[in-house]
Design a protein around this ligand. Sequence first.
Ligand code: GDP
Length: 433
Amino acid sequence: MQGATDTIFAVASGAGQAAVTVLRLSGPASGGLLDQLCHRRPAPRAATVRTLRAADGEVLDRALVLWLPGPGSYTGEDSAELHLHGGRAVLDGVTDALVEGGARPAEPGEFTRRAFLHGRMDLLEAEAVADLVSAETAAQRQQALRQLGGALGSLYRGWTERLTRLVAQQEALIDFPDEDLPPETEAATLRDMAAIRGEITAHLNDGRRGERLREGLVIAVTGPPNVGKSTLINALAGREVAIVSPHAGTTRDVLEARIVLGGVPVTLLDTAGLRETADPIEAEGVRRARARAAAADFLIVVRDSNDVAEVARPDGAGMLTVANKADLGVDPGDAQIVVSALTGAGMSALRERLAGEARRLADAAGPPAGTCTRHRAGLADAASWLGHAEAAGLPELRGEALRVALRGIGRVTGRVGTEDVLDAVFSQFCIGK
Ligand code: GDP
């Protein structure tokens, strides 16, 4: 990252021509740059219309200007917002003036990185900003807002505080080994460590709820050729995504459709007909279909008669059997739902059912959930070092194991930060955030 004391600017509104372009500015020179641009800096936090001029006095725009002095700003630094007219020439004129005044364009996520560095938010809240910006569905928005509100952070801080107390206890034992400690103390310490480890493990064993919601669910549609899988996907997606053909085995590759079910983004995978075949191209399609289906979060097994093909069920993934072609009077057998993808009969019941499954698999309303592998890695580390601490007899060893456990959680919240962790997190942001 370039200098953290530079004054940076970026367009915070969307790309392309618009009525208004919002330009953000942050860093120590923000106030001086405003003075130059509009001669008189507006009162703090008061939206004020000003004429913006280049250094040679040329008028660049009449714009709404906000002066947002630190430390109460988003970044914690002196900041400003310029709500410019949306034309390219206006933006070019103003950015030229800013560069001449010593500011530089911001890197992706640099505003939020500064907010983090100035203690305005923890790393989890910073990540939530990026998630909120890219949220496509209501449930994703709900999860991001909750994380932004500190729900995950306070859960992790609670563990940090309890672990810190345990470390202090171990240090007291090292410093005052001859003090007579009541025997209950050791039992209480062991109980506390086991309790925290249990809570972290339970949090990790939530079926990747938060990640599923953040990244979207993958639902594979499988079943023998020609039962109507592609037709079913088209009906669910409401558009032509899969190739529908009356000839068995025509869907040779895995096709995808992105839809929203129960507020959760879902990728539907249309797998090639799962049948043994001598045709090498079709065999490759079958192999890929099996691999994708095996990694899916949920399976829809479609059939049009009772002789349903055996489908390997991915570990822990749910499954729904659907009998299609109800209009032809198909025998539903033990299928859980009967539909006709062609006429639409039963499709709204299927959609309801799938929405329920999606909400269950990626529940935004349940207890706060970790939302990425970064969280999972740090917490798994913490749980494993808590296990070592429980097994350790000497207070020195126990104290050290507890400290390593604390660092695991600290990496997640950003209390223990290395530059590469920060680079990895903030490089995922868009410019202007
Ligand atoms: P896939 O191989 O499982 O993907 O099957 P397709 O979606 O390509 O469908 C195979 C054939 O069955 C096509 O001719 C579809 O029009 C037909 N089909 C699909 N769904 C239905 C249905 O609900 N009723 C009837 N009558 N035909 C259907």
